[in-house]
Design a binder for this molecule. Structure first.
Ligand SMILES: [Zn+2]
Length: 194
């Protein structure tokens, strides 16, 4: 179980920033974990801004919605640099589906953290072929705290870290979750591939 970083009593005074990344396959609860952390900051009356790529419009346009319908208000943005302009003087920056942003997101996340913000990002660490999903590797390397969450393999019930695509489409991004993907463990992922 993830233990959140100890945030010192004088965080707001000192403004020491850092980066947290929550990664994993589809159906692993990444967004729920992001929302949990952001909600706790909101309850503590910290200033929170939440962003997601405007490409991801599966659910509602302005909300970060997890599959179990937990909702939190967010701003859809097209480019990573837009976050820089919109983050303003907030204490905490949340970013969902961060794997869909351009490479510039690595620079943006670091800049925000250096400016004293707590940056929490959630994203897919591997694509449907089991390959690292850029720019996640760079974000994981830049983060002080990394949490990998797991789904349950829909074939065998083990812990799953792969997103298996059920449809033959070859593009990297195919949205629409349940009909197109299954969470799988390593064994079941590669079994059906070969
Ligand atoms: Zn399995």
């Amino acid at each position: 179980m993830f233990i959140e970083p100890v945030i010192g009593n004088n965080t707001l005074k000192d403004k020491k920033g850092h980066i947290e990344v929550i990664c994993g396959s589809m159906f692993s609860g990444k967004t729920e974990e992001l929302i949990r952390r952001l909600n706790r900051a909101l309850i503590a009356k910290q200033k929170v801004e939440i962003f997601k790529p405007s490409l991801d419009t599966r659910y509602h346009d302005r909300d970060v919605v997890s599959h179990n319908e937990t909702v939190i208000r967010s701003t859809p943005v097209q480019f990573a640099d837009d976050i820089m302009l919109l983050a303003g003087d907030c204490d905490v920056v949340g970013i969902d589906e961060v794997q869909f942003f351009d490479k510039q997101i690595v620079h943006v996340a670091n800049k925000l953290a250096i400016a004293g913000k707590r940056v929490i990002m959630a994203g897919l660490d591997m694509d449907f072929e089991g390959k690292p999903f850029d720019p996640m590797p760079q974000l994981l390397a830049s983060a002080e705290y990394v949490t990998k969450v797991h789904a349950i393999c829909m074939k065998c019930g083990d812990l799953a870290s792969y997103s298996y695509r059920l449809t033959p489409a070859k593009e990297k991004v195919v949205l629409g979750e349940k009909d197109n993907y299954e969470a799988r463990c390593r064994t079941c992922f590669y079994e059906t591939k070969s």
